[in-house]
Ligand binder design. Structure first.
Ligand code: ZN
Length: 189
């Protein structure tokens, strides 16, 4: 499948979700039985931990389709980067989606002047370094997604090589809670 075909599959799955469909349970049982010993996901998804983003539901996908990594604000720490390298380098998924979303609390908190303690403060620092001085909330969400992609390419030789050898495409996307629509940006990477 080409990357364009893969993107179309995601868009069509999202349209079904917007129309009220949820993945078929019978198909899920068959897929579970077929994938006991191996996984061969078509997509890698890096997104926020927000409870309103169940990946298989909003993309109309099923078991074994999406290798998902989630942290609050899709903060790219070492574990997230290692998980992405596993998906790209070992599982060789051809398309990686980095998905930001509306009403992201992690980004809201990063834009406050108040500093949070401990590990929550670490998330705040990560997001602040990604969004810089941005004061517009929507622009900050988009900026965080773009910077996350740039950082993973910069920090990971596995991801950079996969891009350079055309084995991987990365696309930024945005999920709007109100409409249920996932908006994909133009392929830049
Ligand atoms: Zn979020």
């Amino acid at each position: 499948m080409s990357v364009d075909e893969l993107l179309l599959e995601l868009e069509n799955g999202n349209k079904k979700f917007m129309a009220g469909a949820i993945p078929n349970g019978e198909t899920a049982t068959v897929k579970r039985l077929l994938s006991i010993d191996v996984q061969n996901p078509k997509f890698t998804l890096f997104t926020c931990s927000d409870s309103r983003i169940p990946p298989e539901i909003i993309f109309g996908m099923s078991l074994g389709d999406i290798f998902t990594i989630r942290t609050a604000g899709h903060v790219l720490d070492e574990a997230a980067l290692g998980s992405l390298e596993f998906a790209v380098g070992d599982l060789k998924t051809p398309l990686l989606i980095v998905l930001g979303h509306s009403s992201c609390a992690a980004i809201q908190k990063a834009m406050l002047t108040e500093n949070f303690p401990g590990a929550l403060g670490s998330i705040q620092k990560h997001i602040r370094s990604a969004i810089g001085e941005e004061t517009d909330f929507q622009a900050a969400i988009a900026g965080n997604t773009d910077k996350t992609i740039q950082n993973m390419i910069y920090k990971s030789p596995v991801i950079a090589t996969a891009l350079n050898t055309q084995q991987l495409k990365i696309v930024a996307a945005y999920y709007d809670f109100a409409s249920g629509k996932i908006i994909f940006s133009k392929l830049k990477y």
